[in-house]
Write a protein that binds this ligand. Structure first.
Ligand SMILES: [Zn+2]
Length: 165
């Protein structure tokens, strides 16, 4: 994939340039507080981590969101090539693979529950419990390290935690 090698970021990181960068990447103002979980080599956000509730206190089940347009485009191409159906077929036949997907869902639910315990019930990656619904959500979850990085709850801020770089 092009331009998507992620660089290490601190948990809960939000630089001054990130709010505008993500608004431009999404082509709208984000409706949920977020921090940056992975960056492209150029420093722009690659994966953001969303707060479990949006500005209206409505559930926002997708924890990790792929925002870099290049990465989004690459993954969209895989989806258009039929990889969601192919991977779900493989999960039907391959118990080990099915177990790995189930583990990813479980980790994602656990990760979200650190911020909001009742949000564990919202399901796993992308807010689903079984199989693969969205490759973007799985790729973002993978790039962010899922729950494996043993993080604590996030302090959500509407302002950057570190100066622009
Ligand atoms: Zn990028």
């Amino acid at each position: 994939m092009t331009n998507t090698s992620s660089s290490g970021v601190e948990h809960g990181e939000l630089r001054a340039a990130d709010l505008a960068a993500v608004a431009e990447q999404l082509d709208r103002e984000p409706t949920v507080l977020f921090t940056v979980s992975a960056r492209c080599t150029g420093g722009h956000p690659l994966v953001i981590r969303n707060a479990p509730l949006d500005a209206d206190n409505a559930p926002f089940p997708t924890v990790y969101w792929l925002t870099c347009p290049d990465a989004v485009k690459d993954v969209s191409r895989l989806e258009a090539d039929g990889w969601i159906a192919r991977l779900n077929e493989r999960a039907d036949e391959d118990e080990t693979f099915r177990g790995a997907i189930a583990a990813a869902h479980e980790e994602a639910a656990e990760d979200r529950a650190r911020d909001l315990p009742e949000a564990r019930a919202w399901g796993g990656v992308g807010g689903t419990r079984r199989g693969i619904k969205c490759l973007h959500a799985h790729y973002a979850n993978r790039l962010a390290g899922g729950a494996s990085s043993n993080r604590g709850p996030t302090t959500w801020r509407s302002r950057p935690s570190s100066p622009a770089t």
